[in-house]
Design a protein around this ligand. Structure first.
Ligand code: SAH
Ligand code: DHB
Ligand code: MG
Length: 221
């Protein structure tokens, strides 16, 4: 990673985000609990929060909770009575997230569902879960196409679907990659290319997490 990317992210965070004790405490608790440091960056977390406010999102679905850093960013963007449902396969991650969300004062707005996300999404579809305004997909990259397909059944028209980590240091353009995450991301692009119910783009990013990017898709209609 170019070392400037980290320094510029620090500058942006200092100028525009200020100190954020709840998010900083969540990162410390994650590290103490041995969680991998793969949360969204502070500037990206603010962006997710702003996206939620742009949409006026009242119901948000997240796939991949980790310690709840991005969950806190979304929860803060919700209006009174709003809700975020976040899916996590690892009970230890979910436990750490529960504690971080409580410490951040947003636990009441968040529901963590523990289990493989595909199973949770299937159950939500079967049980007629109320529609979501925004979906953030940030779990196992192998399943990204399946997650977007499932999200289409759970969102309202004009909902936004955001998928993290879709550039992976540029590795995404290598059709011969033996990295399962890269192959999963390539399947996501193939899926999006033929999915007529979505308008989608992908934006490359650099920063404290290196060179990566996200997909932004809007549900038509
Ligand atoms: N959104 C978080 C980071 C998520 S990291 C943040 O920015 O703060 C990815 C998470 O997805 C990890 O906690 C991992 O355990 C979880 N995950 C991986 N595979 C999963 C699956 N099949 N179902 C649900 N969660 C999964
Ligand atoms: C990984 C996962 C992420 O969600 C991320 O933002 C960065 C890295 C990973 O599994 O390597
Ligand atoms: Mg990610």
């Amino acid at each position: 990673m170019a070392e400037n990317w980290q320094t510029v992210d620090d500058y942006i965070a200092e100028k525009l985000l200020g100190s954020d004790p709840a998010l900083e405490a969540a990162l410390s608790a994650n590290a103490a609990a041995g969680l991998p440091p793969i949360d969204v960056s502070a500037p990206a977390g603010r962006m997710l929060s702003l996206f939620a406010r742009m949409l006026g999102a009242k119901r948000i679905l997240e796939v991949g909770t980790l310690g709840g850093y991005s969950t806190i960013c979304f929860a803060r963007a919700l209006p009174e009575g709003g809700r975020i449902v976040t899916l996590e396969i690892d009970p230890h991650h979910a436990e750490v997230a529960r504690s971080n969300l409580a410490a951040a004062g947003v636990a009441d707005a968040v529901e963590i569902r523990v289990g493989p996300a595909i199973a949770s999404l299937d159950a939500m579809r079967a049980q007629g879960e109320a529609r979501f305004d925004l979906v953030f997909i940030d779990a196992d990259k192998q399943s990204n196409a399946d997650y977007v397909r499932a999200a289409l059944d759970l969102t309202r028209p004009s909902a936004a679907i955001i998928v993290d980590n879709v550039v992976r240091n540029g590795k995404v353009i290598d059709p011969a990659s033996n990295d399962a995450m890269v192959q999963g991301t390539r399947r996501l692009y193939d899926y999006l290319a033929q999915e007529t119910r979505l308008d989608a783009t992908a934006i490359q990013t650099v920063g404290s997490k290196g060179w990566d990017g996200f997909v932004l898709a809007l549900v038509k209609g």
